[in-house]
Design a protein around this ligand. Structure first.
Ligand SMILES: Cc1cc2nc3c(=O)[nH]c(=O)nc-3n(C[C@H](O)[C@H](O)[C@H](O)COP(=O)(O)OP(=O)(O)OC[C@H]3O[C@@H](n4cnc5c(N)ncnc54)[C@H](O)[C@@H]3O)c2cc1C
Length: 535
């Protein structure tokens, strides 16, 4: 994603990834609406929405005792085809250009790679690893090498970004500590998890329930979740280990045994891969880099996957860093702009890891008693209580417009506050607001376009109302400061009401940098928003 942001700006970028190719395993499964809006900004949201499940596959979240047992709770969510239509009818919390999309990361990674490779200034090398690096006065000296062996390549660059995952060697070399909690233990989503990627053409027919995207097994023997990957025969299955179990040496046979426990009967399937991972992290790096070396994604924050926030937070790191690095490298902004990356993104990482932890507590501390599967009044009562609890949980964890749209950069040195209070930060409710520091409020235009589709790739000045103030000062100052600014004018009163000001300066990442009544301070506003004024 960062290579796409930089490549779109024509900046020479070398990306090395030690893996031979993009992910084989499904990995993340939820692309949040805000991430989809970024893909739309880059012009390929429709491609991503066509990936993964077939367009008519429901994306419900459903809870069962076992996958062939009792259904306990369900949150109905639209198919990919419905999402495209529905987003145009929604308002309030879901006032957006895109709805979420349920798709395995393996498909998204391949699409992102294709787009990154399509940009001429990018050199994308899978099967290559970063071996060593050192900071020199004007940048970085690094060595990279093909993973399978071969000649070392010496690289000199102006910046280095370690987007190198949870075990980031870049973070460790900079001696950056994790802050937060790890090793949190819960019945589910706290501790080691056993992951199986499988092909089971008969699974759908063997499942007595309506199709869902997220299927969660809640019983006293084996807590687990199961997601379709291609909507045909491939699935991702993740089981929580019980006290005393260690799945590191587990085999295909174990995969069949554990799957049968969660499913409630034995099912024939082909094992594509097995592995383990740890749920229960809630970690944020103390710093997001030093001077010309920065870290992003899992290298900078580690989540428990409840809420599906790890990859989505990583994408927004890349978006935030992309325009800032672009401006600095192209001498459109002072290098000071980059210090706002850590200030803005660390605050969001702390916020988002806290939300993920809250969701994990909500589902993982629920104790699944054996009565849940009993026949008779005692079982009925246990299931009714579980149903109430899990229905509430599903809405807490999976209907999260507040989490996805509500992240803010209040207090950032490159946001010009106007003294208004930001809306409350709530997971399940988003209040559209153009108070500087948050995502620009969304609106559909009378011609059917999203207002976001009319924004510039770099900076946008919205001039709103029947008689907006003169924007010349912004245009002149932007040209003098080499800032690529487009003025977008709308006379519709509802847009002026939505943004609560006739002039609104919007950053390349669609965050409101400033809003006001007059353009008198245009030069100072632009210099502040690009980090060129001393804080
Ligand atoms: C079961 C599960 C479910 C998940 N579900 C979700 C979800 O629904 N939504 C969500 O948002 N997130 C989810 N996540 C988290 C998500 O997968 C990660 O947050 C995401 O992959 C992070 O991306 P990244 O690029 O920062 O790191 P990674 O994907 O780990 O990529 C880092 C890359 O760096 C490379 N690398 C490392 N060292 C070097 C080196 N020295 N030289 C060259 N290359 C190197 C590695 O090969 C790797 O490809 C889930 C995770 C798990 C385990």
């Amino acid at each position: 994603m960062l290579a796409i942001e930089l490549g779109r700006r024509g900046i020479r970028t070398l990306l090395v990834d030690a893996k031979p190719d993009t992910a084989f395993n499904p990995q993340a499964n939820a692309t949040q609406a805000r991430t989809m809006e970024h893909y739309r900004r880059l012009g390929f949201a429709h491609e991503i929405r066509a990936l993964g499940l077939p367009p008519d596959h429901p994306t419900d979240i459903a809870y069962f005792t076992r996958f062939s047992g009792y259904e306990l709770a369900r949150l109905e969510l639209p198919t990919a085809a419905q999402a495209v239509r529905k987003v145009k009818e929604l308002g309030g919390s879901w006032s957006a250009a895109e709805l979420p999309h349920r798709v395995s990361q393996k498909f998204v990674e391949a699409a992102l790679r294709r787009h990154a490779q399509g940009l001429r200034s990018n050199d994308i090398r899978y099967g290559w690893q970063l071996e060593d690096f050192s900071a020199i006065e004007s940048g970085i000296d690094a060595t990279v090498r093909p993973t399978k062996g071969g000649e070392v390549l010496r690289v000199r660059s102006r910046y280095l970004v370690g987007a190198d995952g949870a075990r980031s060697s870049v973070r460790r070399r900079l001696e950056i500590r994790w802050l937060g909690e790890t090793g949190i233990v819960r019945d589910f989503m706290g501790g080691k998890m056993f992951a199986v990627y499988l092909r089971a053409p008969g699974l759908r027919a063997a499942m007595p329930h309506r199709r869902a995207w997220m299927n969660v097994a809640v019983n006293a023997e084996r807590r687990a979740f199961l997601m379709p990957v291609d909507g045909i025969s491939e699935y991702a299955f993740h089981a929580a280990l019980r006290p005393g179990e260690d799945a590191d040496a587990w085999t295909e046979e174990d995969a069949r045994r554990v799957f049968a426990q969660a499913f409630g009967k034995i099912l024939d399937f082909e094992v594509l891969s097995v592995g383990t991972w740890i749920a229960g992290h809630s970690l944020v790096a103390e710093r997001f880099g030093a001077d010309r070396i920065l870290i992003a994604g899992d290298a900078a924050h580690l989540f428990t996957p409840t809420g599906g926030l790890g990859y989505n937070t990583a994408v927004e790191d890349a978006v935030n860093l992309g325009w800032k690095l672009g401006h600095v490298v192209q001498d459109r902004a002072h290098a000071r702009l980059l210090s706002s990356y850590e200030i803005e993104r660390k605050a969001v990482a702390l916020r988002n890891t806290a939300y993920a932890k809250r969701f994990a507590d909500s589902v993982g501390l629920f104790v699944a008693l054996p009565e849940l599967e009993e026949i008779g009044p005692c079982g009925d009562a246990a299931r009714a209580a579980a149903s109430e609890r899990l229905n509430a949980h599903a809405r807490l964890e999976f209907n999260i417009p507040g989490v996805t749209f509500g992240a803010r950069y209040d207090g950032s040195p490159v946001i010009v506050p106007d003294g208004t209070a930001p809306p409350p930060d709530e997971p399940n409710q988003y209040t559209p607001s153009a108070s500087p520091g948050g995502r620009a409020p969304h609106a559909w235009l009378s011609d059917g376009r999203s207002i976001f589709d009319t924004f510039n790739f770099e900076w946008t000045l919205l001039a709103l109302g029947a008689e907006p103030p003169d924007t010349t000062a912004f245009e002149v100052s932007a040209a003098a400061l080499k800032i690529d600014l487009k003025v977008v004018r709308y006379s519709e009163p509802r847009l002026c009401e939505l943004y609560e000001a006739p002039l609104v300066l919007i950053r390349p990442d669609q965050i409101v940098a400033w809003r006001g009544e007059r353009a008198d301070d245009a030069r100072a506003v632009l210099r502040a928003a690009t980090g060129s004024l001393n804080p």
